[in-house]
Ligand binder design. Structure first.
Ligand SMILES: [Zn+2]
Length: 224
């Protein structure tokens, strides 16, 4: 079916999509731009520094219902402009980290295979590679899961650390590409209990790789 209007003979597909699916803020669902000004304020990057068993973690945004929906829009719905907000927050954390520490290879926390299948992409890996490219840093997907784990979002602090403990390892295929001394910066979208980042560090350090520090886009108050 073609839509005819006065000036153009055919509406562009782009405008047709907008008529059928008007855009909404992915923070609060209000009609209008992809991110409204009120939600944008909640995503305005700051500096939150935390320490996990002597590992420094730099985060940019406090986790909130708005932040949760922004992350889900990127992760589960693949919305490009939500990706950009997360890239923006992570780059901010990275810049602040690099004021205090030296450069390292960016290493994303690995996603579960089942999540990647559902999403049709490895969300955090894509985001981390995009940041590495714009910052002219190296990036390697060094870590893999060695067994199945549950979705961490449903678990409390104790369950999370049991769930992830010794569940990560270095991808053997990547070992030949590593130098003698490798220093890395860990990357994740959200830090809650820190269980994933601590397990990632353990898996890297048993192979002699040094974790300089970690960056996340969001910081959530710790669970009990
Ligand atoms: Zn909004």
């Amino acid at each position: 079916m073609l839509l005819i209007c006065h000036h153009d003979s055919v509406l562009k597909p782009h405008s047709l999509t907008e008529i059928l699916f008007p855009s909404r803020c992915f923070g609060c669902r209000a009609l209008g731009p992809n991110i409204c000004s009120q939600c944008r304020v909640l995503w305005n990057p700051h500096l939150y520094r935390s320490t996990l068993d002597s590992m420094h973690v730099y985060s940019a945004v406090l986790y909130s219902p708005v932040a949760k929906r922004i992350i889900l829009s990127a992760k589960e719905n693949g919305i490009k402009s939500a990706d950009d907000l997360i890239i923006n927050a992570l780059s901010h954390s990275l810049h602040l980290l690099l004021r205090d520490f030296e450069l390292g290879i960016l290493v994303p926390a690995p996603s579960r295979k089942s999540s990647n299948r559902k999403r049709g992409r490895d969300f955090l890996s894509e985001i981390t590679h995009a940041i590495a490219k714009s910052e002219s840093l190296d990036c390697m997907d060094l870590l893999v899961h060695t067994r199945k784990i549950k979705d961490q979002s449903e678990l409390n602090a104790h369950e999370r650390s049991t769930n992830i403990y010794q569940a990560l390892a270095i991808d053997r295929n990547k070992l030949p590409a590593l130098g003698v001394e490798t220093d890395v910066i860990l990357v994740d979208d959200l830090i809650t209990t820190g269980a994933t980042l601590l397990e990632a560090r353990r898996a890297l350090e048993v192979r002699g790789i040094r974790v300089i520090a970690a960056i996340t886009a969001c910081l959530s108050p710790p669970l009990r």
